[in-house]
Design a protein around this ligand. Structure first.
Ligand SMILES: [Zn+2]
Length: 87
């Protein structure tokens, strides 16, 4: 019983040390990370200056990379062409 308590104590102690260490190690984002954002569609990280930004509602902001916009445009074009043929 005492051994179990001792093991529990050590586990709790190690856990709190690891927790405290993670707080100390946590660093602010670097300037490179502040100037980049992920594309909403492909999730790749780009420089903010290279992304198209669109707001939806008050808080949501979407970023789109050039490649995804090009793909959307060609999808829209294909859809338009398909609708033109069928009508
Ligand atoms: Zn993208």
């Amino acid at each position: 019983m005492l051994t179990a308590l001792a093991i529990l104590f050590v586990v709790v102690l190690l856990g709190s040390i690891a927790y405290g260490f993670s707080i100390v190690v946590r660093r602010p984002p670097t300037s490179a990370e502040l100037n980049t954002e992920r594309c909403t569609l492909c999730r790749r990280r780009f420089d903010k200056a290279r992304l198209i930004e669109r707001e939806a509602g008050d808080t949501r902001v979407f970023y789109f990379c050039n490649e995804c916009i090009t793909r959307l445009a060609s999808d829209a074009e294909a859809l338009r062409a398909a609708n033109e043929i069928s009508s």
